[in-house]
Structure formats: structure tokens, C-alpha cells
Design a protein. Structure first.
Ligand SMILES: C[C@H](NC(=O)[C@@H](N)CCCCN)C(=O)O
Length: 447
């Protein structure tokens, strides 16, 4: 990063919001490509003969790649600067999307998902760095909230694609070519960000991010117990929610007999809730504190949901409408369960990620976030493989919906572990070694 002269004025609002828009659109494409695979799971099983374990590997390949690249991603971003890095990683995502769509061979699709992990996770880190550079000392939390909402719109759009791009769903391949098209939006947005920042250089004073996002192994032993409880909660939370999402559309179709369009609408309730609620929860928590209690409430809320979806009667069919996208009849129980899961999917990330900034010294924030993201990838890598194995071993399918129940028990067990870590965090924060995470009025995050 270059240091800027102090005599320059701060970036004008127009430049800042343009940068936020372009970086968020790059993230939109990134999240769309990642989530474009899940609506074609049933087609891959029918048309390509893939097992659930193979689907699990398509999820895990992304995490293995991310684990490898996160170690050097921060270095590349610092070395090249965010303009080049974001554009490069967006191009990698585009190549990954095309590779996933181009061949019906499992190994090629697997390579596509691996390449996506190489491009997507450092792109997310680079986007965070850009926001810190442009919004530090201003509306940084709000900018993060907007960025995450637009990213989740990418996830929701992938879930909606069976509705708005229904004819493409005759084959497994065409929806993935559509995702390749959306990846072009990412590349274009990255390039527009490059042009915008280039024009701003020399005119405005931009914050120089500290040596963020680099993993400094030596400093890790100094992190407090509260930090590790948050990391543990992060691991089990994402090891539950992301694998559940990966299999959800197929699960709703096979176990609950709904159409792919209805399953997509149901699944999209998770990111839709997050788009609206994440920034609102962020504002609320900033006002009232009680961060560890919110995390505990979020995990307790999740605890009964996976068993409810397996064992409660489906209830009457109700109309689920997403304006401009579609309208489908779906069982009431699924709507209620996914609504509460969406609330937890909004609440926990809105509180968990910013909490780290309150308990870790500013100089070690990059290492703290890098460590948390790497641990997140580990848990998230393992669970889809186990879920795939459980589904295959239990012959899960439309003729045997009970075969999906062991996976639901696994999610429930993971959430129970999450409740334990959230409780330990609450206990620690309310004891002599607390950092004031639950206090109403707090100092600003360590900087
Ligand atoms: C903020 C958080 N982001 C992540 O966890 C990323 N490391 C991976 C996101 C991948 C989704 N396509 C989140 O999304 O909650």
C-alpha cells in the first residue's frame, strides 16, 4: 500500500459510495457463483449419477483451496494492492465458474470448485481491505453491513434462479453457464473499482490499512479465552449453516416433495432475512451491547430447528411469494423453521464478526480475522463430507425421507456445541476476565 500525503482532502462521499457499490457488486457475483451449484444438485444426481458424497466433495474442495490460499492471500493483496488483487481474483472466479460448467466429468467440476476457493476467499479479504481503506473513521460498520447485504443478494439470486431462469434447468449445465455470466458482472465491477480508485489517487487521502489479514502465528498464543470461544462458535455456526444450505434445495425436494422452484424460494428466505436483518441487528447491538447474550440467544434459537424440520408434521400448504421472482405453495412448518433459521443467520454474523474488534488489540486484528476465517474453513470443509456419507449410507431419497434425519441430528449436535461455547463466552465476559462485550456503552473497537 502506498502512503498518501496528509495534505490531501478525505475521499468525497460520491467516490466512497461508488467504491462500495463496485466492490459489493464484485462480491455479489462471487456469492452467486458459489451458491449456483446447490439448485442443480438433484440434476447432477439424476443426469450425471453423482452420489451425495461427491456433492459433499464439491463443497469441500472450495474450503481446501481457501485454506491453502488464505495463508498467502494477504501477502498478494499487500504486494499487488487491492486494485490489481480484486480484479485478478474476480478473473480467477470467472475461470472457475467456466471450468465448473464446461465438462460433465466429476474431476473437472471438482477442479472448478477448487479454483473458485482460490479466487473467492481472497477476493472477500481484499474487499474488506478496500472498505477499511475508504471508510475508516467514517461509516465503516454500515459499509460492511451494506456490502454483506449485497453479497447475500447474490446468494438469494442463485436460489431464485430456478424461478427466473426456469427453462435453463432442463440440464445441470446451463444454470452453471448462467453463473459464468454473472461472474462477468464481478469482473466488470472489479475493473470499475480499479478505474474509480485510480482516479481518486493523488486527489484524496486514503487510509493505509495496517498489515491486516496476514496470519502471524507467533502472536496467536496471546489471544484471550473470549476470542477462542468466538472462534469456536464461528466454526460450529458456519459448519452447520453453510452445509445445510448446500444440501437444502435438494433436501426440500426429496424429503418434503416440493418443486425445485419452491425449494429455491424456501432456501432464499435465509439470505433474504439476512439482507434485511443483518444491518438492523448490527445497529441494535451497537446501541444495547449484550453481545455474548445475543450470540447465546441466536444459537439457542437454532437448536430445535433441524429436528423440527425432520419430525414435525408439514402443516397446511401456504403461499410463499417473493415479489418479481415467483410464488409457490409450501408447507407451513418449513416456512416457520426457515424464518427462525434466517433470524439466527442474521443475528449471529452481525454480532460475532464485529465482536472480535472489541476483544483483540488493533495491531493483531489481521491475524485474529485470518485465524478465525481459517478455522471456519476447517469445520465447513469436513461437515459436507459427513452429511454426504450419512445421506448415502442411509439411502436418503424421496422413497426414504427418514434417511435425511441423521444429517439433521448432526447439525443439531453441532449447534448444541455452539450453545456451549456461547455460554462459556457469556460466562467469561461476565467474570473478572471480561472485555465488556456485554456492556451497553463501550469504548470504540481497538484500533
Ligand atoms: C461474513 C461471512 N463470510 C464468510 O464467512 C466468508 N469467509 C465465506 C462466504 C462464502 C459464501 N459464499 C458470511 O458470509 O457470513
Amino acid at each position: 500500500m502506498h502512503s498518501e500525503s496528509n495534505s490531501l482532502p478525505p475521499p468525497s462521499p460520491m467516490y466512497r459510495w461508488l467504491v462500495l457499490l463496485f466492490v459489493s457488486l464484485a462480491m455479489f457475483g462471487n456469492y452467486y457463483v458459489y451458491d449456483s451449484l446447490w439448485p442443480v444438485v438433484d440434476l447432477m444426481r439424476e443426469q450425471l449419477g453423482f452420489s451425495y458424497q461427491q456433492i459433499g466433495w464439491l463443497s469441500t474442495a472450495y474450503n481446501i483451496a481457501a485454506l491453502c490460499v488464505l495463508l498467502i492471500g494477504g501477502y498478494i493483496i499487500d504486494r499487488w494492492g487491492t486494485k490489481k488483487a480484486i480484479t485478478f481474483f474476480a478473473l480467477v472466479c470467472l475461470a472457475a465458474a467456466a471450468l465448473t460448467a464446461v465438462s460433465s466429468r466429476f474431476e473437472v467440476i471438482l477442479a472448478g470448485r477448487f479454483l473458485l476457493g482460490i479466487g473467492a476467499e481472497p477476493l472477500i479479504v481484499a474487499a474488506t481491505t478496500v472498505l477499511a481503506k475508504w471508510f475508516k473513521g467514517r461509516e465503516l460498520s454500515f459499509a460492511f453491513g451494506i456490502n454483506l447485504s449485497i453479497s447475500r443478494l447474490g446468494t438469494a439470486s442463485a436460489d431464485w434462479s430456478p424461478n427466473f431462469a426456469g427453462p435453463l434447468y432442463a440440464t445441470w449445465q446451463d444454470p452453471l453457464w448462467l453463473a459464468t455470466g454473472v461472474a462477468c458482472v464481478s469482473v466488470t465491477a472489479a475493473w470499475l473499482y480499479w478505474v474509480t480508485e485510480k482516479r481518486a489517487e493523488g486527489r484524496f487521502q486514503l487510509a493505509t490499512p495496517s498489515a491486516t489479514e496476514k496470519l502471524d502465528i507467533k502472536s496467536l498464543y496471546k489471544f484471550s479465552a473470549s476470542y477462542w470461544y468466538i472462534v469456536a462458535l464461528c466454526v460450529v455456526f458456519y459448519a452447520t449453516i453453510f452445509p445445510f444450505r448446500s444440501f437444502a434445495i435438494d433436501y426440500f425436494q426429496q424429503a418434503h416433495g416440493v418443486t425445485r422452484e419452491a425449494a429455491g424460494l424456501l432456501s432464499s428466505m435465509l439470505p433474504m432475512a439476512a439482507i434485511i436483518l443483518t444491518p438492523l441487528f448490527g445497529l441494535w447491538v451497537d446501541r444495547v451491547g449484550r453481545r455474548s447474550i445475543f450470540m447465546l440467544v441466536g444459537t439457542v434459537l437454532m437448536l430445535p430447528l433441524f429436528l423440527a424440520v425432520s419430525y414435525l408434521p408439514p402443516g397446511p400448504l401456504v403461499n410463499l411469494t417473493v415479489p418479481f421472482i415467483g410464488s409457490e405453495m409450501v408447507p407451513l412448518t418449513l416456512v416457520v423453521v426457515i424464518f427462525f433459521l434466517g433470524a439466527a443467520f442474521s443475528l449471529i454474523p452481525a454480532v460475532m464478526w464485529p465482536s472480535v474488534a472489541y476483544i483483540v488489540d488493533g495491531r493483531r486484528m489481521g491475524s485474529a480475522y485470518a485465524m478465525m476465517t481459517m478455522c471456519q474453513q476447517l469445520g465447513w470443509a469436513v461437515v459436507p463430507l459427513v452429511v454426504g456419507l450419512l445421506n448415502d449410507r442411509n439411502s436418503a431419497g424421496p422413497l426414504n425421507p427418514a434417511g435425511y434425519a441423521p444429517a439433521m441430528w448432526l447439525y443439531t449436535a453441532l449447534v448444541a456445541v455452539g450453545v456451549y461455547f456461547a455460554f462459556k463466552l457469556w460466562q467469561t465476559e461476565n467474570g473478572p476476565n471480561g472485555h465488556g462485550l456485554d456492556r451497553t456503552r463501550m469504548q470504540s473497537p481497538a484500533s
